[in-house]
Write a protein that binds this ligand. Structure first.
Ligand SMILES: [Zn+2]
Length: 454
């Protein structure tokens, strides 16, 4: 048995059902799960490990519900800097086609390192192309060295250019092979138990890169294996036009007709969802991973997150990218979600209430946990995992913001976290990654990135 005592936090925001915030707070964890939480004076006096977080705000670890780790290799590519989604993709597909196993492994570590330093404790990655010798196994094994929880999507593309799809034929796969490999990965890696570090998600890429058959077969596979379903949907007007021209249906309608509705399904983006569609998604518990920076970067549109939540749609947060963000900074993304929701509330937009800091933090914690189907993460409560982050309020960015440290985390400039714990184990201590050496990783990543464009 190993025990952990966290004490003296200026404020500990639990994100529990009552949204309790504890002054001079702390928690006591046994074997990675929270046993007690409350004011420091009420907790055991000692433990195997004691972390004094005086002067820090403590939050549940943030959850990233949509990402493509490999895209860290193609950030700021000149030809893709100022393009909308379809032009951006067709510029980058041939570059991505040159990747191999090492690109996947190294980019996974880079993305997870940046996520960890920006407060993420659990990340979903959507890997949907497997060029040369690359496999999802490369990502899963590389992720273990960083220490965050990983939901690894076995993504796929099967509808190449010659069949009317967007991606070049060189990056699409045979559908039987996709389904067989997905089953293999589930059998090998998927762990649904509380405290799980690795889960597999079934994730065809998008309506314009897979066939309706593969969507339907993927849904059946996920339901027969108890795994979850994820795809890009209703991201851009180009996609909506593609769906109407090709299938005579809008994206949400198409997805529903292919068995893609339910509380085991979540869509990335969901920018173009009208009121009637939102009501339907809400009634089935189908979720949306909101990716505000990417939606701004690609000029896709504003996802009406306040309206979706009012309709009962579970909403989480994703950094997307990192070639359409181009950051893997989850605290920064929570801030963007709050700011774009406020822009959407402007008098010449949708109007209405301003999104609060605490709602944005809820989307980034509890919201993500709901999308990933996890009841063991997303808030700090007895029985849940000891996944938390701590931010040093003595930093320059927070000077003058001590009136409300929790609000300062998103209202002031996004920073890196001082501490990041996953299941009671340190991933970041005193602002430094514990498990990996960052300088050689950046050097290798830069060399691999350069080779893709040479
Ligand atoms: Zn995406």
């Amino acid at each position: 048995m190993s025990t952990l005592l966290v004490k003296n936090a200026s404020v500990l925001a639990t994100m529990n059902t009552d949204r309790t915030e504890i002054v001079d707070g702390g928690l006591y964890a046994i074997d990675g799960f929270i046993d007690q939480i409350g004011p420091t004076s009420t907790l055991p006096r000692t433990a195997d490990k004691v972390v004094d977080l005086s002067g820090h705000v403590v939050l549940p670890g943030l959850i990233n519900a949509h990402h493509h780790f490999y895209q860290t290799l193609t950030r700021a590519v000149p030809g893709a800097q100022d393009a909308g989604l379809f032009d951006w993709l067709t510029t980058l597909y041939p570059i991505w086609a040159r990747m191999g196993a090492e690109h996947i492994a190294v980019s996974t570590q880079v993305a997870l390192a940046e996520l960890a330093l920006s407060g993420c404790t659990t990340a979903l990655d959507h890997l949907y192309l497997f060029p040369n010798d690359s496999r999802l196994d490369d990502e899963i094994e590389a992720a273990r060295s960083v220490g965050l929880r990983l939901h690894a999507s076995r993504g796929s593309m099967s509808l190449g250019e010659s069949d009317g799809g967007l991606p070049p034929d060189s990056v699409v796969e045979d559908e039987d092979a996709i389904l067989a490999d997905t089953q293999r990965l589930i059998d090998t890696y998927h762990d649904p138990a509380p405290g799980s570090m690795t889960q597999i998600v079934v994730a065809p890429c998008s309506p314009f890169s897979v066939t309706p058959d593969l969507m339907r077969e993927s849904a059946a596979l996920a339901r027969s294996t108890g795994t979850r379903l994820h795809t890009h949907l209703a991201e851009t007007m180009d996609e909506e036009e593609f769906c109407l021209e090709t299938y005579g249906r809008k994206p949400v309608d198409l997805a529903e007709s292919l068995d893609w509705a339910g509380d085991d399904v979540w869509f990335a983006h969901g920018v173009f969802i009208d009121d009637a569609e939102a009501q339907r998604l809400g009634s089935t518990g189908t979720g949306v991973a909101h990716c505000p920076s990417s939606n701004m970067r690609l000029a896709s549109g504003i996802a009406a997150v306040r309206r979706y939540r009012a309709a009962g749609i579970p909403v989480g947060l994703g950094v997307d990218g990192s070639a359409s963000n181009d950051a893997s900074n989850l605290l920064g993304e929570a801030r963007q979600a709050m700011l774009i929701a406020r822009l959407d509330a402007a008098p010449n937009q949708s109007g209405g209430e301003l999104m609060t800091v605490r709602t944005a933090l809820e989307i980034a914690t509890r919201g993500g946990a709901a999308l990933l189907g996890r009841s063991d993460i997303g808030s700090l409560e007895p029985g849940k995992t000891a996944d938390f982050i701590a931010i040093d309020m003595s930093r320059l960015e927070y000077a003058g913001a001590q009136h409300d440290p929790v609000a300062a985390v998103l209202l002031a400039a996004p920073t890196t976290v001082s501490h990041n714990y996953v299941g009671g184990r340190a991933v970041v201590e005193e602002g430094k990654l514990v498990n990996i050496e960052i300088e050689p990783l950046i050097e290798r990543h830069n060399a691999l990135a350069a080779s893709l464009l040479s």
